[in-house]
Design a protein around this ligand. Structure first.
Ligand code: ZN
Length: 673
């Protein structure tokens, strides 16, 4: 058996915990554990200079084989001498194998014993990522620590699938070791086995006998709860060889890291420090702060008085608040700098407490503070008006015979969701029909949803509920929810009566009302933003074009201006050539004709509440997609009915424009054979 290439030396073991401190030597530097690796997926930690990372005390940087294989490609690393010179980073680099990324591509990937066959998202090339190709690429990249290719599955998988994936992982582990040959680069094996202790034990034992230089606990932080994760982490770490480093992949918040150190883990990586920074959020010694909050607007204090990072040394909360509100890149950079520093300082403090025999106390004290949000300015829910009025502005709470609450617009008398509880309709009509859960499981770009007509936020909360459910099952793509609304009274009113609107008992709606935006603390990929004003005016200024539109305006009977060709044309233009699908409860002939005239394809949607049919519209770019292929497009028979309808022409079509409008509809692509 080859000796470890890392020369791992255990220095201290906490008395009342499994926490330990060690030192090992990579090809570039000696590192001290426990340690945190910032994530430089594409050979760059977002918005951070390598020097900043170094100054914060970063000892190892994580890069991603899957992404670097696709671009710039292994050849670039071979010809330019490897990642260190390429990105000007002269400390250690760990490359993950690509296993996790393939796992995140469930629809674009075919697994076999050979490896994972997938299509490049850059140029459509078909690539077989085998253990050999993964190691060959990692050798070319020149990382200090390589990861064996593993088959990651959702931690909530059943036992048979978990066993199958684990067994493939073991065979791939042996192939990865063979592919490494006599390269001086180290390699870690990855323990799998989902949440089954028997499998974890088997995996730790099998891999533990192979000549790896260290071991990772994989397949966690992909759908299980915090307690389950900590149990399995503790159980697995205990079974791994004591004389090699242990690495918990993809974890986590500062608190998660503290908990895992306590359970015997030495190494961590997570994208949170920079990803949260981009969204204006920071970890501090006084709790977790969201810098968008108005409470920091006039504050001359540093971000964290206990921090000695360059951001805290020079900039006030007021400036950082302003940069964040203005979405300035510098805000992202400065907050990221602080967050990375915070993580690295935490690791140093943890290590120090282990070395000096104080870890137990440190752990108990830190656990509390790491769970807090802003100590000095705790977020408060708006105080309910007393006595609770059942109406606000133009809206009143309506209680259906069935007992559920909904909102009635006083001026029109129209009730949102008259027959069905708001969340039920939202789930069926918008969430299930748009197959949101399935779309979230695809990898790549954030999914942008336009929630047009926020109302009492049922559709938005149904989307958030779906995201949170999916995120518990496994890694999913980010989701950006953008709500359009000109009158927030209905949401305010519903929030006051959250006993009738229980789905609003969530941090999102309060955040949206107070700050116009909300970022999930639990899921870095989930954000929600409000665009106030009339949709007709704001549609062109939306912060990002949509992938999905939930069009839930008051009906055309009372609010005709929201169902015109003009508004749908503007919406169509805002789609900017993208594949966009729109869902709406209406199936009125005039609304469908307006959508067709604006350029959308129009199909029948599923029934909802008392409506026997609803409507789906989509842009030409979405034609033929796996989703739109299953829709039933309006056909000649609809055109016939439309000709006979007394609502044939949208109100805005003048008498002299009618024949042109008729031609426009009849000539629409979707009615051609
Ligand atoms: Zn700082």
């Amino acid at each position: 058996m080859m000796p470890s290439r890392l020369n791992f030396r255990l220095e201290a073991q906490a008395a009342d915990s499994r926490a330990r401190a060690a030192t090992f030597r990579t090809l570039h530097n000696e590192v001290q554990t426990p340690l945190f690796m910032p994530v430089g997926t594409k050979a760059t930690v977002k918005a951070q200079l390598p020097r900043t990372l170094e100054e914060a005390g970063t000892q190892i940087l994580l890069a991603n084989t899957y992404h670097l294989l696709l671009r710039p490609g292994a050849e670039v690393f071979r010809r330019t001498g490897g990642i260190h010179g390429f990105m000007s980073w002269d400390r250690a680099v760990l490359t993950d194998s690509g296993g996790f990324q393939i796992f995140s591509l469930p629809h674009a990937c075919e697994m076999s014993e050979k490896g994972a066959l997938f299509q490049s998202y850059l140029d459509g090339r078909t690539i077989l990522l085998s253990p050999e190709l993964s190691i060959e690429t990692q050798i070319a990249i020149g990382s200090d620590i390589m990861m064996a290719l593993d088959q990651c599955i959702a931690s909530t998988a059943d036992e048979a699938s978990a066993r199958a994936a684990m067994e493939v992982t073991h065979r791939w582990a042996a192939r990865s070791l063979a592919a490494r040959g006599d390269s001086p680069q180290s390699i870690f094996g990855i323990v799998q086995g989902a949440l089954f202790r028997q499998l974890r034990a088997e995996s730790a034992e099998t891999l533990g006998k192979m000549p790896f230089d260290g071991f990772a606990i994989g397949g966690l932080a992909v759908g299980e709860g915090k307690i389950e994760r900590e149990d399995i982490c503790e159980f697995t770490a205990r079974l791994l060889p004591a004389d090699k480093p242990r690495y918990l992949m993809g974890v986590g918040t500062p608190l998660d890291i503290l908990e895992a150190v306590h359970r015997g883990v030495d190494m961590f990586d997570c994208i949170m420090p920079t990803q949260l920074a981009q969204r204006g959020a920071v970890f501090t010694s006084r709790g977790f702060l969201q810098m968008r909050r108005g409470v920091y607007k006039f504050s001359n204090e540093p971000l964290d008085p206990a921090c000695n990072c360059p951001t805290c040394a020079r900039y006030s909360r007021a400036y950082l608040h302003y940069l964040t509100k203005a979405s300035e890149t510098l805000g992202w950079q400065l907050l990221g700098k602080h967050n990375i520093h915070f993580y690295q300082q935490l690791m140093r403090d943890i290590r120090e407490s282990i070395l000096t025999g104080r870890f137990g106390d440190f752990y108990r004290e830190k656990r509390v503070i790491l769970q807090e949000s802003d100590r000095e300015y705790p977020a408060r829910r708006p105080k309910p008006a007393r006595p609770k009025s059942m109406s606000l502005g133009n809206y009143a709470v309506h209680i259906a015979h069935e007992g559920f609450g909904s909102i009635r617009q006083a001026s029109s008398g129209e009730i949102m969701h008259m027959r069905t509880p708001p969340m039920e309709e939202a789930r069926s009509l918008y969430i299930e029909q748009s197959k949101l859960a399935q779309r979230l499981s695809a990898f790549h770009e954030p999914l942008v949803i336009w929630d047009v007509g926020l109302g009492a936020a049922a559709n938005a909360m149904a989307a958030i509920e779906c995201y949170e459910t999916q995120a518990r099952k496994g890694p999913i793509r980010p989701m950006r929810l953008i709500s359009f609304e000109n009158d927030l009274d209905s949401l305010k009113l519903a929030l006051r009566h959250d006993d009738k609107f229980r789905y609003l008992r969530h941090g999102g709606p309060v955040g949206l009302l107070e700050r116009g935006a909300w970022q999930s603390k639990q899921h870095a990929g989930l954000s929600w933003q409000l665009v106030p004003g009339d949709f007709l005016a704001t549609v062109a200024q939306a912060p990002a074009p949509p992938d999905l539109v939930f069009y839930d305006m008051f009906s055309s009977k009372t609010h005709g201006e929201q169902w015109t060709i003009d508004i749908f044309r503007r919406l169509f233009a805002a789609c900017a050539g993208r594949a966009v699908e729109l869902f709406t409860y209406s199936h009125s002939t005039a609304a469908r004709a307006a959508l067709l005239a604006a350029g959308f394809y129009v199909a029948k949607g599923r029934p909802a509440g008392a409506k026997e049919e609803t409507t789906i519209a989509f842009t030409p770019a979405a034609l033929g997609s796996p989703f739109t292929r299953s829709y039933e497009l309006l056909a000649a028979e609809w055109v016939g009915r439309w000709h006979r309808s007394h609502a044939k022409f949208p109100a805005e079509v003048g008498t002299e424009e009618r024949s042109a409008f008729e031609q426009l509809i009849e000539a629409h692509d979707q009615f051609r054979k």
